[in-house]
Design a protein around this ligand. Structure first.
Ligand SMILES: [Fe+2]
Ligand SMILES: [Fe+2]
Length: 417
């Protein structure tokens, strides 16, 4: 592994820690081991640890509770819950709760394990680059965690009823009002919904999650009229990316690796669209001059891409991709979100289990941006986007549909932002 870091493996099992140490240890990578939770916590106290890998089944406390404690005391440590028997649903629940950053099956093949850990360390090192940290440390008080969003996701995954979910929304009157406003907007075509429960049922949990996350992201900022205009453009783009992501994900997956990825779906991460460009919102809110400089650079070159303008200005280690990923990581949101934000403009370098999702986000982003910029779909390079199986005619039809939706979604965005 050409990466550096310190890992801590905690497992009652006599063999696992030693085995993991043998597999993962390397130049720059130290592997500490502990067989008891107390010993593990002591180890954390005494060493700067990057990743903790804890077994789910342990004597004194289960891995889940141990990781909960580690999150409270060492929030920046990457927490992997390892288990031989956890099912996919439970694993997702742990990840969405933010207590576990990554879930890992036990007894993974050595090469796969090395790749996975190496990848996590390399993401950490990107997020700890000096340029980015300098920029982040210049902010007084980091933006707060979207806590209602987290609670909502957790309740949905716990199978809570819509009445219970509505109760959570009602606790934040501004968000509750927003939900009613959105459901009664021209876009959804209802004008008669006055109960939050009814609104929640009508909108469905995925839209609800996006609304809450959007409201929490923009809720605390003080925005000028000009910024509101820009926010709307970003959110319109983000909603549309979220809306078409499953379509392109399926298309790319179906055409490239038929059958192989059966069962893998973007469904567990419905808010990917909303968060992929969250870095732009943070720049708009906290680094207004930088945002202005990027927009001016875009206008100067006539190139539509925000990211390309950032590169031209020398922000390659602190572009909206790194900034967004940094905050998603800080907020303990799922790894899939962090990595999609981080790699969506360089999908080819995303050497992770989320590569398909990231590629699909890149393709969706490119197509939506192109249409948002009023360009012809015929100008899109279908080969470069791995969409060569899509005919020009099909793409033209799709483009027209997206263009129409961009128009109608405008109303919806205006009620939200
Ligand atoms: Fe982007
Ligand atoms: Fe984007």
């Amino acid at each position: 592994m050409a990466v550096e870091g310190t890992l801590l493996v905690i497992d009652n099992d006599r063999n696992t820690p030693a085995e993991m140490q043998r597999i993962l240890r390397g130049p720059g990578v130290t592997v500490l081991t502990a067989q008891e939770t107390e010993q593990g916590l002591k180890c954390l106290e005494e060493n700067p640890v990057d990743i903790v890998i804890a077994d789910f089944r342990m004597h004194q406390t289960d891995g889940f509770h141990l990781l909960k404690q580690i999150r409270a005391d060492y929030p920046s440590v990457h927490r992997i819950l390892m288990s031989g028997f956890l099912d996919q649903g439970n694993a997702m629940r742990f990840i969405s709760s933010g207590l576990v950053t990554t879930f890992m099956a036990k007894n993974l093949e050595a090469a796969f394990l090395r790749e996975k850990i190496g990848h996590i360390l390399s993401v950490r090192s990107i997020l700890q680059k000096e340029k980015l940290l300098d920029l982040i440390s210049s902010i007084e008080g980091l933006p707060a965690l979207p806590s209602l969003y987290r609670e909502l996701v957790q309740s949905i995954e716990d199978g809570k009823s819509m009445e219970e979910i509505a109760e959570i929304l009602k606790r934040d009157t501004a968000i509750a009002a927003k939900v009613l406003h959105v459901v009664n907007s021209a876009f959804f075509g209802r004008e008669d919904i006055s109960s939050i429960t009814e609104a929640a049922i009508y909108l469905g949990v995925d839209v609800l999650k996006d609304i809450v996350l959007t409201a929490e992201i923009i809720g605390k900022g003080r925005w000028s009229d000009e910024q509101i205009g820009r926010l709307r453009t970003i959110f319109l783009h983000s909603f549309m990316v979220g809306r078409y992501l499953p379509f392109f994900h399926k298309l790319l997956r179906g055409k490239s690796r038929k059958g192989q990825l059966e069962g893998q779906s973007v469904a567990p991460f419905p808010s990917i669209g909303i968060v992929h460009d969250i870095g732009k919102i943070i720049i708009l809110e906290l680094y207004r001059e930088r945002y202005q400089a990027i927009v001016e650079q875009q206008a100067r070159t006539g190139n539509g891409s925000f990211y390309v303008a950032e590169l031209a200005l020398g922000f390659e280690q602190s572009s909206h991709a790194e900034i967004g990923a940094y905050f998603l990581d800080w907020w303990n949101l799922p790894q899939a979100m962090i990595e999609t934000a981080l790699f969506h403009h360089r999908a080819d370098t995303a050497a992770s289990e989320y590569r398909d999702l990231i590629k699909a986000t890149y393709v969706t982003d490119t197509v939506i941006n192109h249409i948002q910029d009023n360009l012809e779909t015929g100008e899109l390079d279908l080969n470069a986007l791995s969409l060569k199986d899509l005919s020009g005619e099909e793409l033209g039809k799709l483009g027209a549909k997206i263009a129409r939706e961009l128009e109608t979604h405008n109303d919806f965005i205006e009620t939200l932002v």
